[in-house]
Design a protein around this ligand. Structure first.
Ligand code: ATP
Ligand code: MG
Length: 223
């Protein structure tokens, strides 16, 4: 059914440290991500924000401190369950050589066209798709390099809206967007979080205005 096996009740990092090599990137980071809220994370370039999201995604192993979802250590949640619990949007969106609709369907296999369109409206990309020669059936390959960074990014956000994961992790999700498109998406995100939880990493103050709490990070810990 795609329903997560685990009910999402919040995420937590406690005394979390991490390094890729010699240098410590996260140094005893502790923070709470309460269910149903938007948590913003801000901090200078290199402070470890993206690394923290990658640990939440289990792209890397937690070796020092703890990182939990619903009270369970990330390392003890199987990755299939984890993918059902989490949506992840970054500055890059990878698209398959297939139609726009099928590129969105990877977020929800049995999605109806109505559901896809609804997600695209929230991501402020629906009107643009309608201008394409075959609308939702346009093969991405035919658009080639004409797809802008902002268009890709909005398709990535549409996937997150379509995927019913209770936790949405957004790493600079609006970095390539103008302020109008950003405003539409932030508004949709705010409405979404009545039953979803969002972690939002961004440099932009305009993005942080929708956050319920903002956590400043410096040198891998709270500042
Ligand atoms: P930005 O705001 O620029 O996105 P950030 O806060 O997201 O920065 P991270 O991407 O978490 O920072 O990177 C933290 C540090 O870890 C940086 O010094 C970076 O060079 C380093 N780093 C990130 N990924 C790797 C990796 N795969 N291997 C080695 N070092 C890495
Ligand atoms: Mg980053």
């Amino acid at each position: 059914t795609g329903r997560p096996q685990i009910d999402f009740t919040g995420a937590k990092a406690e005394n979390l440290s991490f390094s890729y090599g010699e240098e410590e990137i996260l140094s005893g980071l502790s923070l709470d991500i309460p269910q149903g809220k938007i948590t913003g994370i801000v901090g200078r370039s290199g402070s470890g924000k993206s690394t923290f999201l990658k640990l939440l995604m289990r792209f890397w192993e937690v070796r020092q401190g703890t990182c939990t979802l619903s009270g369970t250590s990330i390392s003890d949640i199987n990755t299939v369950n984890l993918r059902e619990l989490e949506s992840y949007v970054t500055q890059e969106t990878h698209l398959f050589h297939d139609t726009i609709a099928n590129n969105l369907r990877i977020a929800k296999q049995d999605a109806t066209l109505e559901e896809i369109q609804e997600a695209c409206r929230k991501a402020s990309i629906h009107d643009w798709i309608l201008t394409l020669p075959q609308g939702y059936d346009t093969p991405v390959g035919e658009l080639g390099d004409t797809l802008s960074g902002g268009e890709r990014q909005r398709l990535g956000l549409a996937r997150a809206f379509l995927h019913s994961a209770p936790l949405i992790l957004l790493d600079e999700p609006t970095s390539n967007l103008d302020s109008l498109n950003e405003a539409i998406i932030l508004h949709a995100l705010q409405k979404e979080t009545q039953d979803r939880t969002v972690v939002l990493v961004s440099h932009r103050a305009s993005t942080m205005r929708i956050a319920d709490q903002v956590i400043p990070v410096e040198n891998g810990r709270r500042s």
